[in-house]
Design a protein around this ligand. Structure first.
Ligand code: BGC
Length: 800
């Protein structure tokens, strides 16, 4: 046994009091700790301490598997588990603590829109609310990596001050299909935006000295049968679409941890996939942290360890026993466990808990609310604005507010990505805060209806939302023509909010009331626009949604449409900042608003089909932590790399609003697009002048797309290769933006050669304000083919 007194650099476990005998490197400290551990302790650290949820009695029995922490025939282990789970009530997972060995617990807590912990604790009046920031889709719509870095800084500060070590975020799966129930937790249909946003977020969070877990690695693009679905995907699509964002995040931000996903890829659970977790992640990308499973993911703990999935979360009794036996029976060498432990302990040395940080439990929630309000407004997208309906003129004060969601605004989606915030500002509250007079008669009709409807409503149909306290919007209220006419008499403007919510464990559906508006919503928009237009008054629709909905059939009825997404706890205030022009909207879509669901390139392969012949060993599958059924299921990514705008723009599919779209209260002119050379060698620089040609200050998102020559491989008509955002340009002001396009940006992935290859030929850079509004272009050529990067050859074989 190595004495802990030899371990320098560690506080909090007694070592601080005595002078270290000799300075040790981090690697030496880690190896000394590992050498001091018994096999049991090693396994108890590799496998989490179970899931602890302090459930109400009514739910305890149903969700017994969730409510249980592991207890072993080892009293000191049991005492340790009971102790550490109290470190942060509501955190999703805790790794073991062995104080006598200098090992501190790592507290892991969700999630992408803010820290998720219990806001209240037994026997305490103190509250532990966290800031609900806008959902990831809204963050990406800012196209502003600096701002996202600031959000990460604020979010990470709450992680630190509430005593967590690792934030289980950002979520960065590709929004492959508009109906994935967790799209709100993800950034975009495009891997570049996804990667850049995630890198900014990781850097921001980790600047606090706490960690992140980029998730869910990889190709976790649906919730239907998420624990068993087998994703059939080509290596090219995997590399170019589903892994590219993760690669950017790893190389630009070194997240402390990566969370493997629930699904299989080409027959193998991602958590048991050595190609993915070792060859790609570590050899090709240089990842230095540790990998944890998603909660209950995979089925074979030995294969997981061998694949490089270092930590099993949340961990079960059975897994601990299995892994100990596997070592004793020679099925896995203890040195594999030591390698997994090395990664876990190397990160542990950086954690606040290890460093003995005394968290305050009092982050500056007010300052963070200000950040949330700002970023929410920056992420809103002005979809329609006929005759400059918006901003609302300063002398207009009398508003009629329709739509149940106006009164119960949705800050974020459900499931583990749901934050327990102190409040959500509804649109009605936001308008009042902004000095507007709301029609109280109408407000009362709505609030009475909502109270009655809520009282009659059962639990949400999504079981996980029900378990975690998520809410479904109440059914929209029918309004009469008389009521709408009366309001049109009394008020200057009508506002209608359309709301949607979804979350983990359930995908959305291409039906009325979900992807499509239902009859009541459609009638509401038609009646209100009819009544108000008859009086020469305007109607504004606000979309309070977490994912794409159909807009084409109704978007021309109102005078303005604002996509506010689910904008976090300051929701109503942020919407009003945009409606009044305090903030000039500059958000752009990072996901296409398609015309109808069946236009999606994935529509015929979502959410997949049952596997006829049972290829899944169900007994093995259930050895992990899970009471969710594992239906043998597969989904074929037949669209290959043609996801989102890569399909719509290549195949000229009409859409409601294209990728990159968004209006402003001002106008911009692009000029002077210049390349530093016309022949590509290692990189090429493109500059463009952007001028605010309107009358109010504003910011413009400038998008750079590349059309490449096609030699052997099919390619999209164009691909986003860079983007930038101007500063706030005053009317008449210009700014020159510079973009550097590197060799890798010219490449497609050649599976046969396991290489990123740029074809020789003529390339065109297109600079624009959306993927279909390209204001200028410039061509350059590449004299001969370049093999820019060669990577590991994949086999997709089990590591077991
Ligand atoms: C989710 C993860 C989450 C974890 C812990 C899982 O069900 O898929 O995103 O981090 O639970 O709450």
């Amino acid at each position: 046994m190595v004495s802990v007194l030899l371990i320098s650099g560690m506080y909090g476990c007694g070592a601080k009091d005595k002078a270290p005998v000799k300075e040790k490197s981090q690697a030496e400290i880690v190896q000394a700790i590992i050498a001091s551990m018994t096999l049991e302790q090693k396994v108890q650290l590799l496998i989490g301490t179970g899931m602890f949820m302090d459930l109400p009695d009514s739910l305890k029995q149903k969700f017994a598997a969730f409510a249980d922490t592991i207890h072993l025939d080892d009293e000191s282990y049991n005492q340790m588990v009971d102790k550490i789970r109290m470190y942060l009530p509501g955190a999703a997972g805790f790794s073991s603590e062995f104080s006598q060995l200098g090992i501190t617990s790592q507290v892991l807590a969700d999630g992408p829109a803010g820290l998720r912990i219990s806001p209240k604790r037994k026997n305490s009046d103190q509250t532990y609310y966290c800031t609900a920031f806008p959902i990831a889709t809204a963050l990406a719509s800012t196209w502003d990596t600096e701002l996202i870095h600031n959000v990460g800084k604020a979010m990470g500060n709450e992680v630190l001050e509430y005593g967590a070590d690792v934030l289980l975020a950002p979520g960065m799966n590709i929004q492959r299909d508009p109906l994935c129930g967790r799209n709100f937790e993800y950034y975009s249909e495009d891997p570049l935006i996804t990667g850049k946003m995630a890198a900014a977020m990781v850097n921001g969070v980790q600047s606090n000295g706490v960690g992140t877990s980029i998730k869910h690695f990889a190709a976790n693009n649906q919730e239907t049968n998420r624990l068993s679905v087998n994703v059939k995907v080509s290596e090219r699509a995997l590399r170019e679409i589903y892994l590219r964002g993760f690669e950017i995040a790893v190389t630009e931000a070194q997240p402390w941890t990566v969370m493997s996903s629930y699904n299989k890829i080409n027959g193998l659970y991602t958590s048991e996939n050595h190609d993915l977790l070792t060859k790609i992640l570590r050899t090709d990308w240089g990842f230095k942290g540790y990998v944890m499973t998603d909660w209950g993911g995979g089925s074979n703990v030995v294969a997981q360890m061998k694949a490089g999935n270092d930590m099993i979360m949340p961990g079960t009794h059975k897994q601990i026993l299995e892994l100990i036996s596997a070592v004793n029976e020679g099925k896995i060498d203890e040195s594999v466990l030591d390698q997994n432990l090395t990664r876990i302990l190397t990160i542990m040395l950086q954690t606040p808990k290890y460093k003995g940080y005394k968290n305050s439990n009092a982050p500056d929630l007010q300052a963070h609310a200000t950040v949330a309000r700002q970023v929410a407004a920056e992420g809103m997208i002005l979809l329609e604005n006929k005759e400059n309906t918006l901003p609302i003129a300063a002398d207009v004060k009398q508003l009629a507010v329709f739509g149940t969601t106006s009164y119960e605004f949705i800050s974020g989606g459900t499931g583990s990505g749901d934050v327990n915030e102190a409040y959500t500002i509804s649109l009605m509250d936001g308008l009042k805060n902004g000095g507007f007079a709301i029609d109280e008669e109408l407000a009362k009709v709505y609030t009475d209806y909502i109270a009655q409807a809520r009282a009659k409503m059962g639990a949400p149909k999504n079981w996980l939302a029900a378990l975690l306290g998520g809410k479904e919007p109440v059914a929209e209220m029918k309004i009469t023509a008389q009521l709408a006419d009366k309001m049109a008499d009394k008020s200057n403007i009508a506002l209608i909010t359309i709301g949607r919510n979804s979350g983990e464990a359930l995908d959305r559906m291409a039906v009325e009331g979900d992807f499509y508006l239902n009859a009541t919503e459609m009638a509401l928009i038609k009646q209100v626009t009819k009544s108000f237009h008859a009086k020469g008054k305007k109607v504004i629709v606000v979309l309070n949604i977490g994912g794409v909905i159909e807009t084409l059939t109704w978007k021309d009825l109102p005078d303005a449409v604002l996509c506010a997404w689910q904008p976090g706890q300051e929701a109503g205030n942020s919407v009003v900042d945009v409606l009044t022009g305090k903030v000039n909207p500059s958000g752009k879509l990072a996901v296409t608003f398609l015309a109808k669901y069946t236009d999606a390139p994935t529509a015929k392969n979502f959410p997949g089909t049952a596997v006829e012949t049972e290829t899944v060993d169900n007994a093995a599958d259930l050895s992990g932590f899970s009471f969710m059924s594992r239906v043998p299921w597969e989904v074929n990514y037949e669209e290959d790399i043609f996801v989102g705008y890569r399909h719509y723009n290549t195949n000229n599919v009409a859409v409601a609003y294209e990728f990159g779209y968004g209006l402003s209260y001002t106008t911009f002119e692009y000029s002077n697009v210049k390349l530093n050379t016309n022949t590509f060698d290692k990189e090429i620089t493109v500059t463009v002048d952007v001028k605010n040609t309107g009358t109010v200050a504003g910011r413009e998102v400038v998008q750079v797309y590349l059309s490449s020559p096609m030699e052997k491989m099919a390619k999209p008509a164009m691909v986003l290769v860079d983007f930038g955002k101007t500063k706030l340009l005053k009317a008449g002001e210009s700014q020159t933006l510079t973009f550097v396009i590197e060799a890798i940006d010219l490449c497609s992935f050649d599976t046969e050669r396991s290489a990123w290859v740029a074809d020789a030929g003529s390339y065109t850079l297109k600079v624009g304000s959306s993927s279909r509004k390209l204001n200028a272009e410039a061509a350059f050529s590449l004299a001969s083919e370049q093999v820019v990067k060669t990577v590991s050859k994949l086999t997709f074989e089990s590591s077991n």
